[in-house]
Design a protein around this ligand. Structure first.
Ligand code: ZN
Length: 133
C-alpha cells in the first residue's frame, strides 16, 4: 500500500537531505493520488449510503438515510436510527404506514377517517371536565 510507504519514508526522514525530502514528497503525492485508494473511498461511501438508505426506508425517509449514510457513514446510520420515524401508526392494528397513504396497508382501515375520529374523541375527553381542576 502506498500510504504505508509514505509513512515509512516520513519516519526515517533525514531533514538535512533535500533529495530525500523531495523523494518523500513524491512518494506521498503518489500515495494521495493512488486510484486504488480513491476506489476504496468511493466504494465505502456507496456502501455506507446504501445501508443508510435501508435504515431510512424502514423509517419512511430513504433519501435522508442515503444522504446521512454517505456523509457521516456509521454516525449517519445512528442519526437515522435515533430520528423519529416518518410513519402514521394505524389506530386499529398499531402498525406503521407511509405518510401519504389513505388506508392502512395492513388492515385496510381508512386512516384519515380514523384520525378525525380519534381527534373528536380527544376533544370530547378534554371537554368532559376531566382536565385541570
Ligand atoms: Zn391497520
Amino acid at each position: 500500500m502506498r500510504l504505508g510507504e509514505c509513512m515509512d519514508a516520513l519516519a526515517t526522514l533525514d531533514r538535512e537531505d533535500l533529495d530525500a525530502l523531495q523523494g518523500v514528497l513524491d512518494t506521498c503525492t503518489r500515495a494521495v493520488l493512488d486510484p486504488a485508494m480513491w476506489g476504496w473511498a468511493f466504494g465505502i461511501t456507496v456502501a455506507c449510503a446504501l445501508v443508510g438508505a435501508l435504515i431510512g426506508l424502514a423509517r419512511g425517509r430513504w433519501l435522508a438515510g442515503l444522504l446521512w449514510g454517505a456523509v457521516l457513514g456509521p454516525i449517519g446510520w445512528l442519526v437515522m436510527l435515533l430520528s423519529r420515524p416518518n410513519r402514521i401508526e394505524c389506530p386499529a392494528c398499531s402498525r406503521g404506514n407511509p405518510p401519504n397513504v389513505k388506508a392502512c396497508r395492513h388492515c385496510g382501515v381508512n386512516l384519515q377517517a380514523a384520525a378525525r375520529a380519534s381527534e373528536r374523541a380527544e376533544r370530547k375527553r378534554l371537554d368532559s371536565g376531566r382536565g385541570w381542576q
